[in-house]
Design a binder for this molecule. Structure first.
Ligand SMILES: [Zn+2]
Length: 145
C-alpha cells in the first residue's frame, strides 16, 4: 500500500468509521444468471454494486465489478462544459483474468481557434486521470492474482 493509500485509509478510519468497517468486511453477493443459476461473487471494496445486473437476464460471464466513474473535460467559450473522458475500472471475473480500464474518450465540436487551448487543457486533465486509473487497475491486479 502506498503512502497516499495509507493516508486515505487513515482519513476514512478517522472521519467515517462506519464506512471503514463496511469496507474492511469481506463481502459476497449472489446474483441470478441464465446459464449457471445463482452465482456467488466476492465483492471487491472498489465495486459500486450490481444494480444493473439485477432483475434482468444475465449470463455468468456478464457479471462485472465496476468502480466509480472518472470523468474529465474542458470548459470552453463556445460550448461551455465539454465532457471528454469517462473511465472506470471494471472486471468480469468469469471472463477476464484481471481488472481492466473501461474507457470512453471523445470530443467532437467546431471550436474557435482560441478555444482550442481550453480543449488542450482538458486533454491534459484526461491524461492525468487516465494514468491514475491505469495505475490503480495495475495495483488491483495484486488483489486478484
Ligand atoms: Zn461487484
Amino acid at each position: 500500500m502506498s503512502n497516499e493509500d495509507e493516508r486515505a485509509r487513515q482519513f476514512v478510519d478517522r472521519h467515517f468509521p462506519a464506512v471503514a468497517r463496511f469496507l474492511a468486511e469481506p463481502r459476497t453477493i449472489a446474483l441470478d444468471t441464465v446459464d449457471h443459476g445463482r452465482v456467488e461473487l466476492d465483492e471487491p471494496a472498489w465495486c459500486v454494486g450490481h444494480g444493473l445486473e439485477m432483475g434482468r437476464p444475465v449470463y455468468r460471464h456478464d457479471l462485472t465489478h465496476n468502480s466509480v466513474r472518472v470523468k474529465a473535460g474542458a470548459v470552453t467559450e463556445a460550448h461551455g462544459w465539454v465532457p471528454m473522458l469517462n473511465a472506470r475500472i471494471s472486471w468480469a471475473p468469469f471472463l477476464e483474468l484481471v481488472p481492466v480500464v473501461t474507457l470512453e474518450l471523445s470530443v467532437q465540436h467546431d471550436f474557435p481557434a482560441e478555444d482550442v487551448a481550453h480543449v488542450v487543457q482538458g486533454l491534459a486533465d484526461c491524461i492525468k486521470r487516465l494514468e491514475q486509473v491505469a495505475a490503480e487497475a495495475i495495483r488491483l491486479r495484486g488483489e486478484v492474482l
